[in-house]
Design a protein around this ligand. Structure first.
Ligand SMILES: *Cc1c(COP(=O)(O)O)cnc(C)c1O
Length: 826
């Protein structure tokens, strides 16, 4: 008898999430049948699990509808390949997206639970280092919200970003096993798995048509297994999928060893293979030359491309259609191996000719560059690639050969140019992955106007001359749904009450707040909300740092990765100068401040870790000096991550964005703060420049040398000593650091820092110190007038609409991807 498969089920037997009684019933059922506990004795964590699994079913259903619509209309899809996705917690985001937060809160309350506390049971998905990974998370949110057919690919690291504690002033790293208690959001797809190969060698021959063909043989194999996370967009109409790959050994045991009784050897291969998705590399600005990193990159790229092509060939026959149906965005250079991998799959698995495969490949990829720092530009030793990915090295050579022939034709006789542009650095015998990504993509973008300009002028001038159309700018953005609606509910409510809810999907609407900037009643409401956020942050600080801070003080915040180019050192020097001023004359300092630091240093980055220790030593001295009273407090909040950011950012009065001009590609922290009504003190670097353009020169504190001036100073031979000699206040500060004022038990502790400042001072801390101090003085002055301060803060909120990730995604869609939002789902 034939079975008729029905696909038109009305999936309405689920819960009506607007009905508190039904949610309660659903929660209790989920607790008993899913989590397996008695609701009478369940913990907050059990309630989190019960709620998450209840929602997961709902999200799957939404995801299925989106997916059916995409297949149905055969839309072009956007694949976002990123080695990092810093998504943070998901529960509240899903509730807000679906518009069911208050109903769920009420249901939990009737069950004796508090939603906020239940939500805190979730561990942060910290699958990223910082800005780059958070950008990927904001982009998924914007794509899902606006109905772009987006799809994220990454790695399901078993251990995400390490968690940080501060012990004796120093950073201590702890493994972050975020999956320890399971991940209720993920759906494992045992049936979606692909082999990924390493090692072996290649055998080449000519086919009947005379085309050279190669086979990759004798390679080792690892299995990539898919785990899916359903991303909701605001309004819940669409969703998109985030597929993370986990490595599984092809065999659990090598039986020959096992039979000899050697259990350890028997499982060694398994352990080695599964290491591929074990841990996120905790370095964001230096190249990690390790073989394991290269293997991670290839593992995730290969699995993703196999999956993308499998989906394509499910409904299409002709590979020439690929660029019309698929666009693959490379989030930084890490996934650049996607270019030769696409070539390999098309030629070796789908029998395309080189030329046909190359036309398709070049038209399918786009590449986002995220850094100007030379130490972060990825290169791999030729020998390493040859051993691990021999087929890909061969393909890279051939791409390079064809490319350099073209360059030679365009610029005859310029051998130096050929050497500079080559995908292979002939001096160091390394493969330049950024060159590979540029050559293999139709568009290359920088992430802020200045960054794109410097990319074209300093990093890729030859490529810019050769491919004049290829380089474009898309300034980064942040999602207002997470960074205002979710993280600052009172301010979000005030905005919605005042101008309606349009800003949630169109941030330019915030301009309607401009007219209220001078309204004393509105200013008062803003200041009251700010005070509430400060009280919340103060509670967090008391809990994590054991320091009581006054919410009447100016909250001055610098939270981001600890790196010399971001210049936390400049900030702590300013703090020391302020401390000295208070000791000289307490009446000279009129504005009480709380200076808040947070951020992780890469575990092997010695100087960054010293800077953390210095901040903590300075804090210890100042916070215990009775002469300082309430005029100054310094705290280092441990374990900065998305959830910590959500609490600190709304509380901020002054946002520190003080990198050396020409070093920060964009920054996104700067945008989150301004959106929450903080004023920025910053250099003309990254997106700060565009923030100034938007909010107006009078509503931001700009200081320091410009990118152009920085390079001039360096070209002329920068001499930090002359700056040191010319500034008494700065000299005192540096001498105190050098001579152990903050480390009496070990006077030489910070001598290396002082020596480096007076030696090369690579990031021009000394050259910008005076201008920074002047800007800080202006901050103090303005803060004494709360009306004027509030006015400027409100103007910041009103004018940062440009920095929504929605704007960024619309720009990518139009200028780079050539995709349009799907029609509204019925
Ligand atoms: C936004 C964000 C960053 C990026 O901050 P920058 O100031 O742009 O470097 C890093 N980490 C977390 C947790 C973030 O939310």
């Amino acid at each position: 008898m034939d079975t008729v498969i029905r696909t038109d089920f009305e999936l309405d037997e689920g819960i009506d999430f607007t009905d508190v009684e039904q949610i309660k019933h659903g929660l209790v059922t989920s607790m008993v049948r899913g989590v397996g506990f008695d609701p009478a004795s369940a913990t907050e964590h059990d309630w989190f699990l019960a709620l998450a699994s209840l929602l997961r079913g709902h999200l799957s259903e939404k995801g299925m509808m989106t997916s059916r619509a995409q297949y149905g209309s055969d839309t072009k899809r956007v694949y976002y390949l990123s080695l990092e996705f810093l998504t943070g917690r998901r529960l509240v985001k899903h509730l807000l997206d679906l518009g069911i937060e208050s109903a769920v809160r009420a249901a939990l309350r009737e069950l004796g639970q508090d939603l906020d506390r239940v939500a805190e049971q979730e561990s942060d998905a910290a699958l990223g280092n910082g800005g780059l990974g958070r950008l990927a998370a904001c982009f998924l949110d914007s794509m899902a919200t606006h109905g772009y057919p987006g799809y994220g690919y990454g790695i399901r690291y078993e251990f995400g970003m390490f968690s940080q504690t501060i012990e004796n002033g120093q950073q201590v790293e702890h493994p972050e096993s975020w999956l320890r208690n399971g991940n209720p959001w993920e759906i494992v797809r045992h049936n979606v798995s692909y082999p990924v190969r390493f090692g072996g060698h290649i055998v080449c021959f000519r086919d009947e048509g005379g085309e050279e063909r190669c086979r990759w043989v004798d390679a080792n194999e690892v299995i990539a297994e898919a785990y899916d996370l359903k991303e909701t967009g605001y309004g819940g109409a669409y969703g998109c999928n985030l597929r993370l790959w986990s490595a599984r050994a092809t065999q659990d045991f090598d039986l020959s060893y096992f039979n000899e009784g050697n259990y350890i050897e028997a499982v060694k291969d398994k352990t080695t293979s599964e290491n591929l998705s074990k841990v996120l590399y905790p370095m964001d600005t230096t190249l990690m030359g390790q073989e394991l990193r290269l293997k991670q990159e290839y593992f995730f790229v290969s699995a993703s491309l196999q999956d993308i092509l499998a989906r394509f060939f499910k409904v299409h026959k002709d590979p020439k259609q690929i660029p019309a149906k698929i666009v693959i965005q490379l989030n930084d250079t890490h996934p650049a191996l996607a270019v030769p991998e696409m070539m390999r799959l098309l030629m070796d698995n789908h029998a395309l000719s080189w030329d046909a495969a190359w036309d398709i490949t070049r038209d399918t990829f786009a590449y986002t560059n995220h850094t100007l720092l030379p130490e972060a530009l990825e290169t791999w030793p030729v020998a390493m690639l040859e051993a691990i990915l021999p087929r890909h090295l061969e393909i890279i050579y051939k791409i390079n050969y064809g490319f350099l022939q073209q360059v030679r034709r365009a610029f005859p006789g310029d051998v130096a140019m050929l050497r500079r542009m080559s995908l292979i650095d002939e001096d160091t015998h390394r493969v330049r992955m950024a060159h590979l990504a540029v050559v293999g993509s139709r568009r290359v973008n920088g992430v802020a106007a200045l960054h794109t300009k410097l990319l074209r002028e300093r990093v890729f001038p030859d490529f810019d001359a050769f491919f004049p159309e290829k380089f474009v700018n898309v300034t980064n953005g942040i999602t207002q749904r997470r960074w205002l609606l979710q993280s600052n509910p009172p301010l979000a409510a005030l905005v919605s009450e005042t101008i309606g809810e349009g800003w949630l999907t169109d941030l330019d609407r915030l301009r309607d707040l401009e007219k209220l900037a001078d309204d004393p009643a509105f200013q008062d409401r803003f200041l009251t909300i700010k005070a509430g956020a400060k009280a919340r942050a103060a509670a967090l600080i008391a809990e994590r740092c054991g320091v009581v801070v006054s919410t009447a003080s100016l909250f001055d915040i610098q939270i981001k990765r600890i790196h010399e180019y971001k210049r936390q050192l400049l900030n702590i020097m300013q703090v020391i100068a302020r401390y000295n001023a208070i000791r000289r004359d307490p009446k000279a300092v009129m504005t009480p401040r709380t200076v808040i630091f947070g951020g992780k240093a890469a575990p092997g980055y010695y100087v960054a870790k010293k800077i953390i220790r210095l901040i903590n030593d300075v804090a210890e001295t100042i916070n215990h000096d009775p002469a300082v009273r309430d005029l100054l407090k310094v705290v280092f909040v441990p374990n900065y991550n998305v959830s910590t950011a959500e609490i600190l950012i709304p509380s901020c009065d002054l946002s520190e964005q003080i990198s050396t001009a020409g070093t920060e590609a964009s920054g996104t922290g700067n945008m989150k703060f301004a959106l929450n009504g903080a004023l920025t003190i910053g250099t003309l670097d990254g997106a700060n420049i565009e923030i100034r353009e938007e909010v107006g020169d009078d509503n931001i504190f700009i200081f320091g040398h410009t990118a152009q001036e920085v390079s001039q100073i360096k070209a002329q031979g920068y001499d930090p000593w002359s700056w040191y000699a010319a500034d008494d206040e700065m000299r005192t500060v540096i001498d105190m650091i050098r001579d152990g004022f903050f480390s009496t038990e070990e006077p030489d502790r910070y001598r290396p820092i002082a020596d480096a400042l007076l030696g090369s001072d690579t990031y021009l801390v000394l050259a910008d110190f005076r201008s920074y101090m002047d800007a800080q003085k202006a901050v103090d002055g303005l803060y004494t007038n709360q009306r004027v301060w509030a006015r400027q803060a409100i103007l910041n909120i009103a004018r940062v609409g440009k920095f929504s990730s929605d704007r960024a995604i619309h720009t990518y869609a139009k200028d780079i991807w050539g995709v349009r939002p799907m029609d509204a789902l019925s």
